[in-house]
Design a protein around this ligand. Structure first.
Ligand code: CA
Length: 223
């Protein structure tokens, strides 16, 4: 189970990393808010432990971007005792829980486990089309039983298309699922992710319906 810690304080970060490792989690630690967002776009994590005062990008801004991009990774905020306003803002932006510094490492581990478990319980069941399987719970994708390594954006695209196989999704619909209301999306960002997804799946799975959009089909069943 892989977790991401975004915390710039070296002592607190190191303590959290060690505590969560000893509890059996695989832990990635970054001190920069911008790098955290990049990592979350490329990898699937079971939990984000988020300090709000981060260099590079504020933790609340990062959280807002994540939820707008339809990334539902559970988020545990860690804040200073006097930052009540930040905690409220974080919960309103879609954080799942918070801890006030200084906190006991055992409590961090207990909260982390509870959040991962609760999130798993909420996840939808497996989605399938022919030889393609997607597990929302474990974030795994398999084709003919072979695991595919997808980025977060590719995973969200495939999950969207798999909700209604054969239905055509416009570029704008896919864009909204991937980026929410982020303003600065380049005009071909969706095509780039679709292109990469096609390379991993095989080009026949995703069909371009000219002038309308894209749909997912079983390659043997090109309708
Ligand atoms: Ca900080």
């Amino acid at each position: 189970m892989k977790l991401l810690i975004a915390e710039d304080d070296p002592l607190i970060g190191a303590a959290m990393e060690q505590g969560l490792r000893m509890a059996g989690f695989s832990v990635h630690w970054t001190r920069d808010g911008k790098e955290a967002e990049t990592l979350l776009g490329n990898e699937v994590y079971a939990l984000l432990v988020l300090d709000l005062g981060l260099p590079g990008q504020d933790g609340l801004v990062l959280l807002k971007h994540l939820r707008q991009a339809d990334n539902h990774v559970p988020v545990l905020i860690v804040t200073a005792r006097d930052a009540v306003g930040d905690r409220v803002a974080g919960l309103n932006l879609g954080a799942d829980d918070y801890l006030v510094k200084p906190f006991d490492l055992n409590e961090l581990v207990a909260r982390a486990r509870a959040l991962v478990r609760r999130h798993a319980g909420r996840a939808r069941p497996e989605m399938c089309l022919g030889a393609l399987q997607l597990h929302p719970l474990t974030r795994e994708v398999r084709l003919d039983g072979v695991p595919l390594k997808l980025s977060q954006r590719e995973f969200t695209l495939l999950e969207t298309l798999l909700e209604t196989p054969g239905a055509v999704f416009s570029k704008e619909q896919l864009e909204e699922r991937l980026y929410g209301w982020e303003g600065d999306v380049s005009s071909n960002a969706v095509e780039v992710h679709l292109h990469n997804l096609r390379k991993k799946l095989g080009a026949d799975w995703i069909r371009n319906v000219r002038g309308v959009g894209f749909k997912l089909v079983e390659p043997r069943n090109l309708s």
